[in-house]
Design a protein around this ligand. Structure first.
Ligand code: GLY
Length: 440
């Protein structure tokens, strides 16, 4: 029986655990978690609670459970070098070594890689290590449309966009000054118009395989209003495209990820084994890269792994053994809608430690636990996204209804975005893309 170590304890890792547990190989799961995810704890042969970068605790757990391989869920342990550490213990991982996790942790590394290897998805950008020259660059090269990105991890909340968060180049310089107090550099890049989509690809260092494209919703409030969050929900379509996205667009994005995988190998001499999640903007000139993440998306993984028909344990082994070219990924032709419930006041002032109650009505949807604490008398929210509810159905309208009706039955001081996956919002996306392409 295969023994698999899973690092992380959010809804993303719960969805990974669920995909592993569906394997006909019936692996034993060993979870290394910062907090007890109730769903994952139930599936574990054994779990250990410790900080995810506590390598002493991880080392002891590894010696005890002797895993055949590991899967790393979140970006922070990748950034801390968990894959390199596990290698010293003879454990191979689905997840890149620290140097290659720069694909996510250093926006500069990625933009410069794309530039050097002429990967046709880059946009106009410049890296700054001081505020000198920022105002001139914006005014001379970018005009009114610019984006500022800290060079490092920010939990998806550090990106500031002109017209939304920043009024003009002076405000951009001020924001950069603040960023440079805690980050080595900052990237200023052009703002591009279009519709965003996530293409989560699996890489063995030579071959990449794409999962169906998904669209996430970063803004807190209906109609894409309010502050950015980690992602309030996401959807995917039965035909593995999105309404505004053609097969050619998806193949182009896949080509870009494959070229990036090859470029990393040429640049560093190392093979990228793990998830290459391309965050793309579909523009009138095709897909352009916004950023890469070195792990599955949260919530986007909840759209793709539940419909994966291929044995996920075999997929992970192919990543580690470099044999991904020999297997096909098959997905059910189902639509999915994921909606997160979050504590009232999230993200700036969340109510903490409040009870959340589920009953049978919630089980119409798949349930993935995120920032949830299990106590003797029930489930309590911490301060972040609490539970992802996923509807899976033959069409997106039905998937949306499943997620919505399950979430409406939750009891507690919670909030969610009712509009995700609804016909009105989907239609708006299509109309927006038509306008961007100059078709309306
Ligand atoms: N949903 C965005 C992310 O996982 O980074």
């Amino acid at each position: 029986m295969k023994r698999i170590l899973l690092v992380g304890n959010g809804a993303r890792e719960h969805a990974i655990a669920d995909a592993l547990a569906r394997s006909p190989q019936k692996p034993e799961l060993y979870c290394f978690m910062k907090a007890k995810n109730p769903g994952m704890a139930k599936m574990s042969a054994k779990f250990k609670l410790a900080k995810l970068d506590d390598f002493d605790a991880l080392g002891e757990f590894v010696k005890e459970v002797r895993p055949d391989f590991a899967i790393i869920g979140p970006e922070d342990p990748l950034n801390a070098g968990v894959v390199d550490f596990l290698q010293t213990l003879g454990v191979r991982s689905v997840g890149p070594v620290k140097d290659l996790a720069r694909l996510e942790t250093s926006k500069t590394f990625t933009r410069e890689l794309l530039e050097k290897y002429r990967i046709p998805a880059n946009i106009k950008f410049r890296k700054f290590i001081s505020t000198e020259g920022i105002k001139d660059f914006i005014e001379a090269e970018l005009g009114d449309g610019f984006v500022v990105k800290p060079d490092g991890l920010t939990g998806g909340k550090g990106v500031m966009v002109s017209g939304e968060h920043l009024k003009d180049s002076d405000e951009a310089v001020e924001y950069c000054r603040k960023v440079l107090e805690t980050h080595p550099s900052v990237i200023v890049e052009e703002k591009i118009e279009g519709e965003e989509f996530s293409l989560q690809c699996i890489s063995d260092g030579r071959t990449i395989k794409a999962t169906p494209p998904v669209q996430d919703h970063k803004r807190l409030l209906p109609g894409d209003q309010g502050p950015n969050t980690g992602g309030m929900g996401s959807y995917s379509y039965t035909n593995h495209l999105l309404q505004f996205l053609t097969k050619e667009d998806v193949l182009e994005a896949e080509k870009i990820v494959q070229m990036t995988c090859d470029a990393i190998r040429k640049e560093t001499g190392k093979e990228y084994k793990g998830i290459m999640y391309g965050g793309f903007m579909l523009t009138k000139d095709g897909p352009k890269l916004l950023e890469y993440n070195a792990r599955f998306g949260d919530p986007e993984v909840m759209n793709v792994l539940p419909i994966l028909k291929t044995d996920f344990v075999s997929v992970c082994e192919a990543v580690i053994n470099g044999t991904l070219s020999e297997i096909e990924l098959h997905f059910e032709n189902k639509a999915t809608v994921c909606k997160y419930v979050v504590p009232e006041g999230y993200p700036s002032n969340p109510v903490a430690g409040q009870k959340i109650e589920l009953d049978e009505a919630n089980r119409r949807a798949l349930i993935f636990h995120a920032s949830i604490d299990q106590k003797d008398d029930g489930l309590y929210m911490t301060t972040s996204r609490a539970i992802g509810f996923v509807g899976v159905a033959d069409d997106i309208a039905e998937a949306e209804k499943i997620a919505e009706s399950a979430i409406k039955a939750v009891k507690g001081p919670v909030f969610h975005r009712e509009d995700i996956g609804t016909p009105e919002l989907l239609d708006r996306r299509v109309k927006h893309m038509e306008a961007v392409r100059g078709e309306s």
